[in-house]
Design a protein around this ligand. Structure first.
Ligand code: ZN
Length: 119
């Protein structure tokens, strides 16, 4: 899939087009982290044709899709995943985890500050 339409699809699923409404103004660093998640950015390595997998900076596991790993299986973000189940498709499930996490921004920021989205 073309990068921009893939990102648009992720954005729709992960945000339901809801704007970020932080109670307080976010720092630039926090904004960047949330932006990466909401837009579903891939890491630079993932954009290469020969990319197969990479070790997660946080837990050391090999991951083929780093954002999905970050949201669905990285131990450092476990507290964002309270309910198991949901959609069968990994990407849909990852988007749902993020959509729920965005409803509790302070908690999401605690996690994203200690274990930032991979880049
Ligand atoms: Zn990890």
């Amino acid at each position: 899939m073309e990068a921009s339409s893939r990102q648009a699809a992720w954005y729709a699923k992960a945000t339901a087009y809801r704007p970020l409404l932080p109670a307080r103004k976010l720092s630039r660093a926090d904004e960047v982290k949330l932006h990466r998640l909401r837009l579903g950015y891939r890491t630079l390595e993932e954009l290469r044709d020969d990319f197969e997998s990479r070790q997660c900076d946080h837990c050391g596991n090999l991951a083929r899709h780093l954002l999905k790993h970050y949201l669905l299986s990285c131990p450092t973000t476990a507290q964002l995943r309270q309910q198991i189940g949901g959609p069968e498709d990994d990407e849909d499930r990852a988007a749902l985890v993020l959509r729920r996490a965005l409803e509790d921004l302070p908690r999401l920021l605690v996690v994203a500050r200690s274990a930032p989205p991979l880049r």
